[in-house]
Design a protein around this ligand. Structure first.
Ligand SMILES: Cc1cc2nc3c(=O)[nH]c(=O)nc-3n(C[C@H](O)[C@H](O)[C@H](O)COP(=O)(O)OP(=O)(O)OC[C@H]3O[C@@H](n4cnc5c(N)ncnc54)[C@H](O)[C@@H]3O)c2cc1C
Length: 397
């Protein structure tokens, strides 16, 4: 009964929103997205004051479907912002932070990036060295980050920094919101194997961050970081998707070149894609989604490895065409204009085949996630972690 009432409420809000925007070929995009947020239809599971209706997240699917049917505009916000940054801000941000940042994330006005990984700390994220020291006025940040996706166009960053070098490595960290236009922030693009340059190095020299922009308690940065990464990993089954129809139609077009063994492989990919689709529906109707690190780790391993197998089968079906036709310079130019592909669905198949290799690395490597699954699901013995308890500054590096 409650669910029916909730569904009616969402439906009524959608009707009300659409009634305010008589459909025309040109929707006023910004005004529409602002109104969608105010109607609580940005993230239905968020609080009413912050773009939500306080309902279960499964109702977002209804919003997505109905607005798509009406041809309404879709947010252009980057995935990092609209997915993990928004969820983290909503979960632990102060009221001021939520008021200041959530709406402009949804409308796509402000872009965000994650400044976590460093040259000396990727898998061992708790070992980061970027320091934030509080002086009389503000936090002073110094250090270097790397592999920072979207940092060039980002207005704000979630920054993980070490605030207590004398504490054990996990407990000396704090999360901040950093304005990327601050004095002392230098962003340098890095070139990727697919021609693009979404990645960057970010150098931080005496960057001032106001204490009002601290996200969570001092020393609680590890927990906050895990919340961000858990949400990122949980979302990969939506994100790492390439339509299976593309593979099927290529296999049909090239049927003379597709051997019986390769046809078997195509069918296996189709079965996997169907199972992945159902698993995603189950995940979407799970109110606790994103909360559990362990479920998120499993989701990420499964989604990335399926996408990589799909890319290999695509390459086999395409034959030599998979090797040519990736215009590195065009991909680079597009990225430098900050017009990189919005999703894996819209990339050329050649770019997807190369880009898919990174899926088992980003958001935590699959080896690290298998460690988490081994220890926390299967109860296997823990990895030896000799650097866990001593003060971070006494660990040799
Ligand atoms: C597409 C993409 C986007 C990214 N975007 C961002 C971003 O926006 N912000 C950001 O901060 N970072 C980002 N990253 C960085 C990413 O989080 C790191 O690359 C990742 O955590 C691995 O760290 P590393 O590259 O330093 O590799 P390393 O940690 O040096 O690992 C090297 C290899 O050793 C293995 N390994 C390491 N430790 C263990 C262990 N204990 N047990 C078993 N195997 C182990 C790893 O699995 C890996 O195969 C991105 C990466 C990619 C590929």
């Amino acid at each position: 009964v409650t669910r029916l009432a909730d569904a009616d409420l969402v439906s009524a809000e959608i009707d009300g929103l659409l009634a305010r925007f008589p459909q025309s070929p040109t929707w006023p995009k910004k005004a529409f997205l602002n109104a969608q947020y105010d109607a609580g239809l940005a993230w239905v599971h968020f609080d009413r004051a912050y773009g939500g209706l306080g309902l279960e997240r499964q109702f977002q699917e209804m919003v997505k479907r109905r607005l798509a049917e009406a041809g309404a505009p879709v947010t252009t916000a980057t995935y990092i912002a609209v997915n993990q940054v928004s969820a983290t801000l909503h979960a632990i941000g102060t009221d001021d932070q939520k008021r200041r940042f959530l709406k402009s994330i949804f409308t796509g006005e402000d872009s965000w990036c994650q400044l976590f990984s460093e040259p000396g700390a990727g898998s061992d994220l708790a070992g980061i060295a970027t320091a934030a020291v509080h002086d009389d006025r503000a936090w002073m940040v110094n250090g270097q980050k790397v592999w920072s996706s979207g940092a060039r166009e980002a207005k704000y960053a979630l920054l993980l920094a070490r605030t207590d070098p004398y504490a054990p490595k996990h407990s000396g960290l704090t999360m901040f919101i950093m304005d990327m236009r601050s004095v002392g922030v230098e962003v340098r693009p890095l070139r990727q194997a697919d021609g693009g340059a979404r990645f960057n190095e970010v150098f931080l020299s005496d960057v001032e961050v106001d204490d009002q922009l601290r996200l969570g308690e001092v020393g609680d940065g590890w927990r906050v970081g895990m919340l961000v990464l858990g949400t990122e990993r949980a979302a990969t089954s939506d994100f790492f998707v390439r339509p299976i129809e593309e593979l099927l139609s290529l296999a049909r077009e090239r049927h003379e070149a597709v051997s019986p063994a390769l046809r078997d492989e195509v069918v296996r990919r189709w079965i996997e894609a169907r199972v992945a689709g159902w698993t995603q529906h189950r995940q979407d109707s799970e109110p606790q989604r994103g909360r559990s690190d362990v479920l998120a780790a499993i989701a990420k391993v499964v989604a990335s490895e399926h996408a990589q197998r799909l890319s290999e089968t695509l390459a086999a079906v395409m034959g030599p065409a998979a090797q040519v036709g990736l215009d590195y310079e065009a991909v680079y130019a597009k990225d430098m204009r900050d017009e990189g592909p919005a999703s894996f669905r819209s990339m050329s198949p050649q770019q997807f085949i190369v880009r898919a290799r990174a899926m088992s690395i980003e958001g935590g490597t699959n080896e690290i996630l298998r460690n988490i699954i081994g220890e926390r699901v299967l109860g296997l013995p823990q990895e030896p972690r000799i650097d866990k308890d001593p003060p971070w500054n006494q660990v040799p590096r």
